[in-house]
Write a protein that binds this ligand. Sequence first.
Ligand code: NAD
Length: 327
Amino acid sequence: MKRVLVCGAGGFIGSHLVDRLVNEGCWVRGVDLKFPEFGGTSANDFVVGDLRDATFCREVIDQRFDEVYQLAADMGGAGFVFTGDNDADIMHNSATINLNMLEACRKRNIKKVFYSSSACVYPDYNQRDPLNPVTSEESAYPANPDSEYGWEKLFSERLYRAYHRHYGMDVRVARYHNIYGPKGTWVGGREKAPAALCRKVASAANGSVIEIWGDGEQTRSFLYVDDCIDATLLLTASNVTGPLNIGSEEMVTINQLASMIIEISRKDLDIRHIPGPQGVRGRNSHNRLMERELGWHPSVSLYEGLSRTYAWIADEVEKAKTLLALR
Ligand code: NAD
């Protein structure tokens, strides 16, 4: 039986990954600062602890693991990453986790390690035209990410690749582009655009207004979490060591994203634009390398993925209202 360690197993993508690996018959240990917030964990074993602690990192690898997935990071959406308020924590916490985990894997003779990098590594200067953003893998250099979160990801990508070159570690690096779906953070300040907009729409009374940061003409693409897990497992099973984009090419403006969610909700709502952090002006995944190397492309349309996500968040909003009413 394949034995797998998932770091960040209490988070959004990590908890979906654990579910899939267990379903496929793996024995899985999850590690995180916390248990998953929604629906518990299906991991065979779950260790709560801090991966900034090098001793703890070595302790969680106390047995043979065939694969380690390193998804733990101090992260969030635009309201967390692009305000500048959390830069020191983001860089220090995530870099420390990666330094510790990679060294613990080397000491414990772990061969295969997956690392979740981000589309935030791509340079700001290639993402100013909302209709023609450039995110092909090689365009990450000359580097100029627009956030410290992106710089940390770039540093850690290089760290994983250095361990590959110097210690023969079999690393896989994915650059995720805006992953969304049920069981993701939807409130509290770390939520990303699809979840935040689903929450705003679900909470709004029919005939009222929801607010969007900026003019809403900034572009993005969003990948449904099931597709993300498919691509992650495919990449890990492959021989591709270089960074690969894992994202969707279905690019929309944030106004279009909001309109889609409003349509799904069947409410009649207006949009008001207010100042707020936005990140780069345009971004889309560039999937040519992923298609060529692994023949993969996403299978869930944005409308379908948002319908599933909206249904889940609307339910969470109703549960939260009931809890408040009971207090
Ligand atoms: P998430 O915040 O839901 O999950 C990250 C998990 O890491 C959290 O559960 C958190 O508690 C855990 N963690 C943080 N610090 C820790 C520590 N010191 N010790 C142990 N655990 C710690 O985020 P996610 O959306 O599931 O993202 C997973 C990975 O994918 C992250 O590395 C993220 O940067 C990357 N990524 C995500 C997206 C996306 O759209 N969700 C896009 C690009 C990259």
